[in-house]
Design a protein around this ligand. Structure first.
Ligand SMILES: Cc1cc2nc3c(=O)[nH]c(=O)nc-3n(C[C@H](O)[C@H](O)[C@H](O)COP(=O)(O)O)c2cc1C
Length: 275
């Protein structure tokens, strides 16, 4: 078993890209996807038999200034390590997502030793496009040295916390806008629609990290346990999935260096049980 473990959650590949870059600079590290299967396995494990690692990293996308629901759930069950660090990937507003990780870990007797923010590109397709292709490329290029810096800090067990957004900005936006929306995320899939272009190929079901999509003879259906990662919408080969009319005719985004097979192969280690 590897000395360093990096857990990640990723809808459109940004966080997986970061996790892999850290892994590349860290000898003897393995990268594991946070899925419902993983949570079930951890819940079923005898606490005495849980493997502790030298270091554990957690890479995730920021959703409405917070870590995704499944990441907060994972923090309650995850194995311990002498050195735990976290990396939040985001568009431009990380909010207080590292603080949320730190506080959740504390409640479960664990300590966050280091936290990093890496702005990449927003996959929140509903908003107007903010970055050109060349700006996106630049964001990834700029992020690469930071992953090396993180790996070096991990090896040296450096205590670190990147500066988050000021509370004066985060609190009012969270209270009035983001917190109510964040609570609605699991049921946000009610706003997905499937157009006539769907050929029932099953890609959406396969890329969904939380098994929230089931195929029926006519079309995929959503099961209301969504993480709002937009994986289904982004990887659909027919561009048949929309989230409200706001996403119609919008260019789909995913990290250029990650394929849907990267996500599928990592996620479905219990593929036979799928569906
Ligand atoms: C539902 C949702 C909410 C988001 N909220 C934020 C946010 O509050 N601040 C921000 O900077 N980016 C936000 N983003 C953008 C993602 O954090 C960012 O694109 C991330 O790198 C995506 O990672 P992934 O490709 O691994 O899924 C949001 C994206 C989604 C889908």
């Amino acid at each position: 078993m590897a000395a360093h473990r990096i857990y990640y959650f990723s809808g459109t590949g940004n966080s997986l890209w970061i996790a892999r870059k850290i892994q590349a600079s860290l000898p003897d590290a393995e990268v594991i996807s946070i899925t419902k299967d993983l949570l079930a396995d951890l819940a079923a494990q005898d606490p005495k038999s849980v493997q502790n690692f030298e270091t554990i990293g957690l890479v995730f996308p920021v959703y409405m200034f917070k870590p995704p629901h499944i990441v907060l759930e994972f923090l309650q069950k995850m194995p311990n390590a002498d050195y735990i660090y976290s990396v939040a990937t985001c568009g431009t507003g990380p909010g207080k997502s590292l603080t949320a990780v730190k506080n959740t870990l504390l409640r479960f007797g664990k300590t966050l030793s280091a936290g990093y923010i890496i702005p990449l590109v927003s996959n929140f397709i509903v908003l107007p496009k903010t970055k050109s292709d060349s700006a996106i490329e630049k964001s990834f290029k700029n992020a690469e040295p930071k992953t090396q810096f993180i790996a070096q800090n991990v090896q040296n067990r450096v205590i670190w916390l990147d500066k988050e957004m000021p509370g004066l900005i985060v609190k009012p936006i969270s209270w009035f806008l983001f917190n109510p929306a964040y609570r609605q995320i699991p049921k946000s899939d009610k706003r997905f629609s499937i157009s006539g272009k769907c050929n029932n190929c099953g890609t959406c079901r396969d890329v969904c990290p939380v098994r929230n999509i089931k195929l029926t003879p006519s079309k995929p259906v959503f099961l209301h346990g969504c993480e709002m990662c937009f994986s289904c919408l982004s990887w659909c080969p027919q561009k048949a999935i929309n989230w409200t009319p706001l996403t119609k005719n919008k260019k789909r985004y995913h990290c250029r260096e990650i394929t849907e097979n990267d996500l599928i192969s990592a996620r479905h280690y219990k593929a036979a049980e799928n569906d």
